[in-house]
Design a protein around this ligand. Structure first.
Ligand code: SF4
Ligand code: SF4
Length: 185
């Protein structure tokens, strides 16, 4: 069965391309991404189906699928794609868009985690694990959830009590400020 792409449907693919640089219209549904994806078995819309859904302009179906938030960001799909599509970049593009689009999300704590993660990376130039765990647990109203793990990890030096700024933190903040300026137009 051949698939017809209307001009109207192409709008979503073009929007994603301008946001991420990735052209999902190159996808020819070989399914290699899905066959290597460690979370595909939990996804209602698997990576190759996500590509097709974008080609068909099915934005609402994509948001309802929850796939954007189940993806582990492992990048296996990227390495397997014969068309060199960076599928994770596409997914990240949707995650960013979701802030303005009010997408439905069956896993509402995951975008919160994403935002906290990005804010910490921007502040310190790298991730601050203890801060991340604390912020998430507070957000989920379970402040003491991982407390039994914290002490052994701190005592073995696997976790740092205080954050350390990486050398490139200032440059990263400048890059992020520039991105925000560009986004505001
Ligand atoms: S990055 Fe996401 S979609 Fe791609 S293989 Fe990993 S979990 Fe699957
Ligand atoms: S591996 Fe690439 S070309 Fe194949 S289905 Fe996935 S996105 Fe499409």
């Amino acid at each position: 069965m051949s698939v017809v792409f209307s001009k109207e449907n192409l709008k979503l693919a073009r929007k994603i391309q301008s946001l991420t640089g990735e052209n999902v219209m190159l996808c020819y549904q070989c399914k290699k991404c899905t066959l290597g994806c460690p979370s595909a078995y939990t996804m209602k819309m698997k990576p190759h189906e996500l590509m097709r859904a974008i080609q068909l302009g099915l934005e609402e179906e994509i948001s309802w699928s929850g796939t954007l938030w189940i993806c582990l960001s492992c990048e296996t799909c990227n390495t397997r794609c014969p068309q060199d599509i960076n599928i994770l970049r596409v997914i990240d593009g949707f995650r960013e868009m979701s802030k303005d689009m009010n997408y439905y999300n069956p896993q509402p704590f995951i975008p919160a985690l994403h935002r906290i993660f990005m804010a910490l990376v921007e502040r310190f130039g790298k991730i601050y694990e203890l801060g991340l765990a604390l912020a998430i647990n507070l957000r989920m109203l379970t402040p003491f959830k991982d407390i039994d793990m914290a002490y052994p990890m701190l005592s073995r030096g696997k976790l740092k009590l205080l954050p350390h700024k990486s050398r490139g933190a200032k440059e990263l903040q400048q890059v992020m400020a520039r991105i925000r300026k560009i986004e505001k137009g």
